[in-house]
Design a protein around this ligand. Structure first.
Ligand SMILES: [Zn+2]
Length: 297
């Protein structure tokens, strides 16, 4: 089976005409390496018409969506594939209420499924950024640079972001994480997860970066009202307005999911041709997460 490539909606609709077409696609990804029975570990099976597999030894049948983020999708796999396609290829912001209207599902159902998609969009952290990296913090719902004194008691949601720049000073990759405050302890995780020890990091003069510079090559320069971090501040502006225009309010529990969605698309803007397949592979490989973990909007 060929992977689906491109962003053509008509080609997509032609390729995935039925739920069964989607089941076939999932089964190819799921058992690409080999089939192993989840119950008894046997490796021989019968392939059924719906692309599920029945173990030759213990007769356990596993659907191609079982134990993936498509597990028990109530509204059918075809709709789920279309929602994934839209979320992977859009350049706009897509809200749950919009998806609910487009696919005749309830807003709650759309929201829960979209959170599963965002879960799959989370970075694996296997590929930390090297080269020229800029970091800065920001607040959601606050002024662009309104962190005078970086007050610790503000209730506003805070985040740290890091970008890797190309030789031309353009954004190659970006990661964003929610933080509780601007202390070195809170700023550290984005370094540990997404920044290579060999990277040349630039930050502003905030003292929170000092302790981290014992382990990373951090060059601290004045922000000069953001002028020294132009590409980074353009991205911060984009992610803030993206969240503000679509979601108006996001809960603390879910804010990282929105950051993950934004960065997933941005970091793959050079590989849009395979972005849908890439997302489906991540949906299949991720463990199914319980709805209870997704409840807050
Ligand atoms: Zn078995």
């Amino acid at each position: 089976m060929d992977i689906f490539k491109g962003q053509d909606l008509l080609a997509f609709a032609e390729r995935f005409k039925t739920d069964n077409d989607c089941k076939e696609y999932l089964s190819t990804i799921k058992w690409k390496e080999a089939y192993i029975c989840v119950k008894c570990g046997h490796t021989a099976s019968q392939i059924r018409k719906d692309h599920s597999r029945t173990c030759n030894k213990c007769s356990h049948t596993e659907s191609s969506s079982a134990n993936t983020l498509f597990h028990k999708v109530k509204f059918g796999l075809r709709k789920a594939f279309f929602i994934c396609f839209e979320m992977a290829t859009t350049t706009k912001s897509l809200s749950a209420s919009y998806m609910a209207v487009r696919y005749t599902v309830t807003e709650r159902t759309a929201r829960l499924f979209m959170h599963k998609v965002r879960e799959a969009m989370k970075s694996s952290s296997n590929n930390p950024m090297d080269g020229d990296v800029h970091v800065d913090e920001f607040v959601l719902g606050g002024r662009e640079k309104g962190k005078v004194g970086r007050s610790y008691d503000s209730k506003k949601k805070k985040a740290i972001t890091a970008i890797q720049l190309t030789d031309e000073g353009k954004v190659r990759r970006m990661y964003v994480m929610s933080i509780n405050d601007f202390s070195a302890n809170s700023l550290s995780p984005i370094f540990d997860k997404h920044i290579d020890k060999d990277a040349k990091v630039t930050s502003d003069l905030w003292k929170g970066y000092k302790p981290i510079s014992q382990h990373y090559d951090i060059h601290q320069i004045p922000s000069n009202k953001g002028l020294n971090f132009k590409a980074l501040h353009t991205m911060i502006h984009q992610i803030k307005s993206w969240i503000r225009t679509t979601y108006s309010w996001v809960s603390q529990a879910n804010v990282n999911r929105y950051f993950d969605e934004f960065c997933f698309r941005l970091n793959r803007s050079q590989s849009k041709n395979t972005i849908f397949n890439n997302l489906i592979v991540k949906m299949v490989k991720a463990d199914n997460i319980e709805h209870t973990k997704l409840i807050c909007s």
